[in-house]
Ligand binder design. Structure first.
Ligand code: PLP
Length: 489
């Protein structure tokens, strides 16, 4: 299958590219993104066939329908990474928490957040494509806390790939920071930037437009790639678990085959729910995709009013930082799917130049046939953490945002799947505060206190972090970043 471009084709590159090409250089003409030219149809027959399949068998079959230019042995090797999840036979448990309400836990991989679902297999595939072409790639990542650890974990010691990961020195939890600075491999460099996530991101932007940096990369024969969720190599793996979740509803007798369900996703850059959108276009019986946000509610407003408005918007720091976002990149792929390339280019141009775009009434209607949305404040989120805990279910603050949207949007009496994107261990101070009112900000104290009141064990990979050797010590001003990276390369 070939990949086409969301903003049309500017004549300077191929009009259609292969999967390998799309994942090595994910930015397309006019700053657009790559999308599959067609989607395979996976109707009821496909679903019925996989009722008894393992997660990996399902994944292999979904991938095979995309006919990507990756050797089967590489795909199999990539999928075998799910064997290292907590339960190799079921990497994504779907847990019933109330009548008709289920939670899909996407965090049972090595770094305890949903990013592992895609980055684990993606790392293997990207490295294999780079080796085959005999080319060297640099991945630059600015992280607010979950992408960094997952990218480092997947690319460590992978041939032909180097990773530089920048994190805000004042912006991550202790666990997230330790997951990065203790990651020991010669192809990885982790740099703390003095400031917040915006500072880390603007440091990355400056670097990408620096001529001297480009010259160094050329001299060293290194090309740039990207591991964020604009890369379709991540999205393809994020289609699989939505299908798996539907099959789980059928297996658990919550849904009859063919009957629709709600999928309720805590969203930031829209990569997770984009996988669900594609699954729905491929035939999965979805009633609505429910978009949950925090107080950065730009997606809620888009879906309720048809206006994407970034004018005079300041990013608000919340207790669900992975969803603190203004520009949500993957929305563009939905615009393309619904309105085509010409209109997408127009809308994205408006966003770049005027910081706002407005859908027509007909366009909004099309969007609302698929999506509904609501947002949840930090305070309300803490109430959901507490009430669910009292009902026997422990969850993190990102997952909690879905419960408000569940109440307001999932009005039909059918099953709903809420997506849990991080384990409680990654955001323990907020959870401890919600459960007991304590406001110690240290992760280690909060982890121990939750572990005690909830009678849950702190997983080894989290416990070990606190005694592991710190290998990446640099915390620098954003102005010195280029020098620091060139030294590493
Ligand atoms: C990345 C992330 C999200 C947001 O996912 P998108 O694909 O960017 O919408 C939500 N929760 C957690 C914990 C995450 O790490």
């Amino acid at each position: 299958m070939k990949f086409i471009q969301t903003r049309g084709f500017d004549g300077t590159r191929a009009e259609k590219v292969t999967f390998s090409e799309a994942i090595l250089s994910p930015i397309a003409s006019f700053g657009g993104l790559y999308v599959p030219e067609t989607l395979p149809n996976l109707g009821e027959e496909f679903l019925t066939k996989h009722l008894k399949s393992s997660y990996k068998e399902l994944a292999a079959d979904v991938l095979s329908r995309f006919e990507i230019d990756i050797d089967q042995s590489v795909i199999d090797e990539a999928l075998s990474l799910y064997d290292s999840f907590d339960d190799a036979s079921n990497p994504v448990p779907v847990i019933k928490v109330q009548e008709n309400l289920f939670v899909s836990e996407l965090y049972h991989g090595p770094t305890r957040a949903f990013k592992d679902m895609a980055l684990q297999p993606f790392g293997k595939i990207l490295s294999s494509v780079a080796q085959k072409k005999n080319e060297n790639y640099l991945i630059l990542a600015a992280t607010s806390g979950d992408t960094g650890p997952a990218a480092l974990e997947t690319f460590k010691n992978q041939k032909n790939i180097q990773v530089v990961c920048m994190y805000p020195a004042n912006g991550t939890s202790d666990v997230q920071r330790l997951q990065m600075v203790t990651e020991d491999a010669s192809n990885l460099k982790v740099i703390g930037i003095k400031g917040n996530f915006d500072d880390a991101q603007s440091a990355l932007k400056n670097l990408l437009s620096s001529e001297s940096f480009e010259k160094t990369l050329n001299e060293k024969n290194i090309s740039l790639s990207a591991a964020n969720s604009v890369n379709f190599g991540r999205i393809i793996f994020q289609i699989v678990y939505h299908i798996h979740n539907y099959l789980e509803l059928v297996r658990q007798n919550a849904t009859k085959m063919g009957e629709k369900a709600y999928f309720n996703v805590p969203s930031g850059n829209f990569g997770n729910v984009l996988g669900a959108y594609y699954a729905m276009q491929m035939g999965l019986p979805v009633e609505k995709l429910v978009i949950a946000s925090n107080n950065n509610n730009i997606l809620t407003r888009l879906i309720q009013t048809g206006v994407y408005d970034m004018r005079d918007q300041e990013l608000i720091l919340t207790t669900s930082p992975a969803m603190d976002i203004l520009k949500s990149s993957n929305v563009e792929r939905v615009l393309f799917g619904l309105y085509g390339a010409t209109r997408t280019r127009e809308l994205m141009n408006d966003l770049d130049t005027k910081k706002i775009y407005t859908l027509t009434a007909t366009e909004l209607e099309k969007l609302q046939e698929i999506f509904v949305a609501d947002f949840c404040s930090d305070e309300k989120g803490k109430e959901y953490i507490k009430s669910n805990f009292e009902n026997g279910y422990l969850m993190d603050p990102h997952t909690a945002t879905c419960f408000k949207a569940y109440e307001s949007c999932c009005t039909k009496n059918i099953a709903t799947v809420i997506y849990s994107t991080a384990e409680w261990t990654k955001f323990s101070p907020v959870i401890a505060n919600a459960l007991t009112g304590e406001s110690d900000t240290k992760d280690i104290t909060a982890l121990e206190s939750i572990s005690k009141i909830a009678s849950v064990k702190i997983p080894n990979m989290i416990n070990e972090l606190f005694s592991k050797k710190i290998v990446h010590n640099s915390v620098i001003e954003k102005e010195s970043i280029e020098k620091e990276i060139i030294k590493f390369l």
